[in-house]
Design a protein around this ligand. Sequence first.
Ligand code: SF4
Length: 348
Amino acid sequence: MSRRPFTDLIALRDWFQRQKRILPWREDPSPYRVWVSEIMLQQTQVVTVVPYFDRFLKAFPTVESLARSTDEDVMREWQGLGYYSRARNLRAAAQAIVAQGGFPNTRDGWESLKGVGPYTAGAILSIAFHQPEALVDGNVERVFARLFRISRSELGDTEYKKTLWGHAERLIAETARLKIDPSIVNQAWMEIGATVCVPAASQVKCGICPLSPSCSARKNEQVAVYPEKKKRLEKIQVEEQVLVVFDRKRDRVWMEKPDAQAKWRNGLWDFPKISQAPRTPDHEVQIQYVVTRHQVKRRAFVLLNAESIAKNSPSHENGEWVSASSPERPMGAPVRKLLALVQEQMNA
Ligand code: SF4
């Protein structure tokens, strides 16, 4: 592994201080705020996270308030953000943090909490605790793969990952030796990846990149080659049928409580699933959406009148009537979308 000149890190620090985006978790980067933001940012873009972060922090301003919340309270604030296991893990970790008397300040301590892996631990320790801890996320991977021309196909997946982390560890140790704040340098790697060394090779801005003088991909005109593409996994097709019992007079729909065993949407309310379409639906609506690798096609059979509702009445044990125009129960984005679509079509 070649040694990088010191000037890269100094140029990177200076660039970040001039160009960093104003983001809510960057004001007052306390362990709680950094941790919540990092969990929200897993698999989700900054622009989507910002309003959720503000709302979540208003609802749960401290780790103690989050630890005291119910699963449904947390789901209500998280609904629409997706990857709901993150919300459940966050609440479980808040309870563990309160039980142990405060935030951990070691990598082992953070990684023992639910939902925190090596990247998230590195981010929290460097950004909130200013410790020289390495991190590699998708943005850092792309920057390093181009900067050092690291080939996944030559190294294989395991060695490729090890090489990326090796660079991250070497560079953060160098950062500490130069007495540069690890918080700044780690955020700068990610910021460069998000705003300058972006995925689409045609939009990469090498001309304004502080790493440009020593970037191997740029020098060799191979920016479009790195990082090498991962093989895309094929989408799995899923078909679902649900019943939308819509009592228009009272502006309410019948919904079911979260299924604790559900693979997805755990903790979220949904329409009753059915294996057979009702014989006399009043209307039918279809939506399609993607969850991880699954391409879901959902057919919703709408029952509007008393007769069809009585004939196809769902079980009363698992559900309740929920306001159709302002539902207060936590629901996933596809369920909200379906409800809005049903209302729109019924009111047309
Ligand atoms: S010089 Fe270009 S390819 Fe290299 S790190 Fe900077 S933006 Fe990425």
